[in-house]
Design a protein around this ligand. Structure first.
Ligand code: CA
Length: 482
């Protein structure tokens, strides 16, 4: 599309997005830079803007104050890789069989984001953006899945689901099905740090380094004629619990050693975000940069890869379809377009990031691609549209071991070991008072909605339950309707 052809659409976009002025904004704000920052296994209550008292996060709090904090922001899966497959495509990832973490195995050549799917980077790159990814990839470690082949011009990071933070360090890690390894024997934890496809030395604490790479990227592209999109995926505060000595000293008052290290890891993310925000300010890009911040799933408090996170007041944790597994810290900031200091309560989901970014950029998605599940949030976050972005949000885990749906304040869920449960989140955020028997008509309606949604999904295309045996033991079939 030529610039001439784009112009009417741009002007219309400017009008639609500017509820506080009738004039189109300056052209530089029409195609914002877009920065998507993702934390890994961060608890719902573990940053200042969510209420944490023992982990100061002044820079993330400043980011929250500069935009909209979504209190009911969800991800589409309660573990790492399927959640990423969802938000990078804007589609419920079970539609294309993505329901397990890819196995770190040379023979698992199908384990990754299917090539039939387009990423947010594919669409923004086609629209003229410079695209970069930094950090944890975890969408397939085989060459056809490499970030450079999934829409990203530039990549710096590692391809697996985790990495040790301190070069040469030894720490115990859980690698599934009750197995443990150390960061020196688990190759995923010691895999190459890559710049595009070239290995670079493992130097310095990893979260700090990822932040430095991101700061360098936004500075390097500050004066480009093209806008940029950067996907910054920290692996912190995922295990192994490791942090810089100077950060640990800042949290010496925390007597629980694991919580102390976790807090230092979250503070290192905050420090990195502060440096990136400072770089955006000093290069004059902040107002025209749309920033999202989320965690890829809830904190693992007691289960596998537990990291001393806290999801209170939510019930459950990573791996659950209770709120603690799927509701995450969720920020959207774009000073040129979105109000500052707003709290937004209706349910939103990480699948909305892609359509929101595309609407902000004016990018068009290939019409031949399958439909998105996410919504453009801009009219909702500006207050222009006061209805809820989603009538219902859905979850399915492990090919059908668990299902959940949220409709308004109602939350219905069924797990492999329990009868269906119904909660009213308006009065019972902690999901402790099951109303399925008291409100059977609502439970039945939501169960039927899940059955209908499930018809649009396919069986898992790869992988298996890392905990092993649960599906057969309970007699539930994979992909069974609830
Ligand atoms: Ca995760």
């Amino acid at each position: 599309m030529s610039p001439m052809n784009l112009r009417p659409a741009r002007l219309l976009l400017a009008f639609v997005l500017s509820p506080f002025t009738c004039l189109p904004a300056a052209d530089s704000t029409l195609r914002p830079n877009i920065l998507l920052i993702v934390a890994d296994d961060l608890g719902y209550n573990d940053v200042g803007f969510q209420g944490a008292r023992d982990i100061p996060t002044p820079h993330l709090d400043r980011l929250a104050a500069s935009g909209v904090r979504c209190t009911d922001g969800y991800v589409s899966y309660p573990v790492c890789s399927p959640s990423r497959a969802g938000f990078l495509t804007g589609r419920y990832q079970q539609r294309f069989g993505y329901e397990y973490n890819p196995k770190w195995d040379a023979t698992a050549v199908t384990h990754g984001l299917p090539l039939s799917e387009a990423t947010i980077a594919d669409s923004l790159r086609a629209a003229g953006y410079t695209t970069g990814a930094i950090g944890k990839w975890h969408l397939g470690a085989h060459s056809q899945f490499h970030p450079n082949r999934r829409g990203f011009d530039e990549y710096f990071g590692f391809l697996g689901g985790g990495h040790r933070y301190l070069p040469g360090s030894v720490a115990e890690v859980e690698i599934g099905a009750g197995k443990k390894a150390t960061t020196t024997t688990d190759t995923e934890q010691t895999s190459a740090i890559l710049r595009n496809s070239t290995e670079v030395p493992e130097v310095g604490e990893l979260t700090t380094r990822l932040g430095e790479e991101a700061t360098a990227s936004v500075t390097r592209h500050a004066r480009d004629a093209k806008p940029w999109f950067l996907y910054l995926a920290f692996n912190a505060p995922h295990t192994p619990l490791q942090a810089r000595e100077d950060m640990l000293l800042k949290f010496a008052a925390l007597t629980d050693e694991r919580r102390r290290t976790y807090a230092a890891m979250v503070a290192t993310i905050d420090e990195a975000v502060g440096r990136i925000l400072a770089a955006l300010d000093s290069t004059g890009q902040r107002d025209r940069t749309l920033i999202f911040f989320i965690s890829d799933n809830g904190g693992p408090m007691t289960k596998r890869n537990a990291n001393a996170s806290v999801n209170s007041p939510l019930r459950g944790q990573k791996g659950d379809v209770f709120e603690g597994g799927i509701r995450v810290p969720f920020l959207v900031s774009w000073p040129a377009r979105l109000p500052a200091g707003r709290t937004y309560a209706p349910s939103v989901i990480s699948l909305d990031i892609l359509p929101t970014a595309l609407a902000a950029s004016g990018a068009k998605r290939d019409a031949k691609l399958a439909a998105l599940d996410g919504m453009d949030l801009l009219p909702f976050l500006t207050g222009q549209n006061n209805s809820a972005p989603h009538a219902r949000l859905f979850w399915r885990m492990d090919g059908g071991e668990a299902f959940a749906v949220r409709e308004g304040n109602w939350k219905w869920l069924r797990t492999y070991q329990n009868a269906p449960q119904l909660f009213d989140l308006a009065t019972d955020l902690g999901e402790s008072h099951d109303l399925a028997a008291a409100r059977p008509e609502i439970a039945a309606r939501l169960a039927a909605a899940v059955v209908e949604w499930n018809r649009g999904l396919i069986p898992p295309a790869f992988g298996n339950n890392p905990f092993g045996g649960l599906i057969n033991r309970t007699g539930l079939e994979k992909n069974a309707a609830p």
